[in-house]
Design a protein around this ligand. Structure first.
Ligand code: BES
Ligand code: ZN
Ligand code: ZN
Length: 484
């Protein structure tokens, strides 16, 4: 939705971005307007001043200094969201953001906040035409921004939006098969190889975790494999992104009660995040070999559902005592994690709305993460998390937590007791890995009740921007190593 140019029309709506009103070129504002704006800003401590010139809107947006760059960037995104809201309220169709100080990154962040904050999910509204936001195009004028930077931002925001659309889709319109069909379409669009394993294939592969969760469903499970393998990847062994694709989580026989069922259509957010991240990587043409594994099913209550105490045999042959059918995400992810071994991966991520505990621990403000044999990558992930403001809260992953999922009956239990539930869930997953592993529990931020600035209500697409940033950083590190 955004383009860079150096032309401006007399009737364009404008946003003049600067740290100081006095920096604004007098082509944009008259001397009197500059004086007026600086007075308003000083007296009212406002950071936005708007001039309405017979319907042409000129916003002055002050970006104040912050000690840390990443915090300033987040302020810019938030300012972008507010500006987009005002423009939509005023029924503006287009706007040009002027980078007065030559600060490209900040300008990009404002535009990013505008694009993400204007997101709407109107698919099922009969009056969507009336409800649709008016703002359709955002241009930029900057001496420093390159077209590639704008293109990158457009691809990433578009991928986040794809992710949100999927998460917002109710199970009435998104079975596991529907989800894998969307993944296939994303793949076709971006040149990613996609293979969808059907129930027969899943049975042949003895994916006992995925099949057990699917037992209570009238719809078959799917297992989607997306592979982006560019011509000259920087990595010899792939990075694998595994996402939880529970299209609806009733809890199964351990039925969720009351409002715990609310929003459980979001339980495939991990799968949507991973597929959207790969989609972004492919559209950006990043030179890194990445594979996505997305097991999908709903988790329902039925006569055929798994019962607490059932013992199941997983894809890797281990046995699991299912003590709680609501701890289903780890069962389907475990099969994907053991399937991942055949690729001899360099690094594997999981993204999952896995535990209510993760959400209770840190809320919607970040991602609960754990790592096994991936300390360096965890460091890089935390840096990336700050930059995109999808922050990482690393939790301990001590061996002792592994003791908590030992079973008297089978090899392991699928729950670990009342304490540290998000960690025992991670330990359960780690049982199925033999490679460097990072687990992301996105139960807190993936789906929110109310709009939180540019993170709109419903699916947020959390994790997409994080993983793209991380993989780009990893590519740059490896390119700089080969150069030196
Ligand atoms: N999908 C839920 C976790 C969840 C909760 C996601 C809230 C998003 C918002 C998961 O399958 C689940 O039910 N986890 C249980 C595990 C427990 C039975 C060990 C939980 O966290 O309560
Ligand atoms: Zn559950
Ligand atoms: Zn779940």
């Amino acid at each position: 939705m955004s383009k860079n140019s150096n032309k401006i029309n007399q009737d364009d709506n404008l946003i003049l971005l600067t740290s100081d009103v006095n920096n604004i070129d007098l082509n944009y504002l008259t001397k009197e307007e500059v004086k007026y704006a600086s007075q308003v800003i000083k007296e009212s401590k406002k950071e936005t001043v708007v001039f309405d010139r017979l319907g042409r809107l000129v916003f002055v947006q002050i970006i104040k200094d912050e000690k840390e760059d990443y915090k300033r960037m987040e302020k810019c995104r938030k300012a972008g969201d507010i500006l987009a809201g005002k423009l939509n309220d005023l029924k503006a169709k287009s706007v040009v953001v002027v980078d007065v100080d030559g600060k490209g990154q900040e300008t990009l962040a404002v535009v990013e906040g505008m694009a993400l904050g204007s997101y709407q999910f109107l698919k099922y509204k009969s009056d969507k035409k009336e409800k649709e936001n008016s703002l359709l195009s955002v241009g930029t004028i900057s001496k420093v921004l390159k077209d590639e930077q704008i293109d990158r931002m457009n691809i990433i925001t578009d991928s986040v939006i794809r992710c949100r659309d999927l998460v917002n889709e109710p199970v009435s319109h998104l079975s596991a098969t529907d989800l894998s069909n969307v993944f296939q379409k994303l793949g076709e669009e971006a040149g990613i190889k996609v293979e969808v394993l059907n129930k027969n294939k899943i049975e042949a592969l003895k994916m006992g975790g995925l099949l057990a969760v699917n037992q209570g469903s009238v719809d078959p499970p799917t297992f989607t494999i997306m592979e982006w393998k560019p011509e000259k990847p920087v990595n010899k062994k792939p990075v694998i992104l595994v996402g939880k694709g529970v299209v609806f989580d009733t809890g199964g026989l351990n039925l969720k009660t009351g409002n715990y069922l609310d929003g459980m259509k979001c339980d495939m957010a991990g799968a949507a995040t991973m597929a959207s991240a790969i989609y972004a990587i492919a559209r950006l043409g990043l030179p890194i070999h990445v594979i996505g594994l997305m097991p999908a099913t709903d988790n329902r209550m039925d006569a055929k559902s798994i019962a607490p105490g059932d013992v199941i045999t997983m894809h890797d042959g281990s046995t699991v005592e299912v003590l709680n059918t609501d701890a289903e995400g780890r069962l389907i992810l475990a099969d994907a994690l053991s399937y991942a071994k055949k690729y001899k991966p360099e690094l594997v991520f999981t993204a999952a709305t896995l535990t209510g505990g993760a959400s209770r621990a840190i809320g919607k403000y970040g991602i609960v993460a754990m790592e096994k044999s991936a300390t360096k990558d965890m460091g890089l992930l935390k840096e990336s998390g700050n930059i995109v403001y999808e922050r990482i809260a690393e939790f301990p992953f001590w061996d002792e937590y592994g003791e908590l999922i030992k079973s008297d009956v089978a090899d392991i239990n699928n729950i670990g007791g009342i304490d540290a539930g998000m960690i025992t869930a991670g330990k359960f997953l780690a049982h199925f890995t033999d490679y460097p592993f990072i687990h992301l529990d996105i139960a807190g931020p993936a789906y929110i009740d109310k709009k939180d600035s540019y993170r709109t209500a419903g699916g947020t697409g959390y994790g997409v921007r994080l993983l793209v940033e991380f993989l780009e950083k990893k590519i740059n590190l490896s390119l700089s190593k080969t150069r030196s």
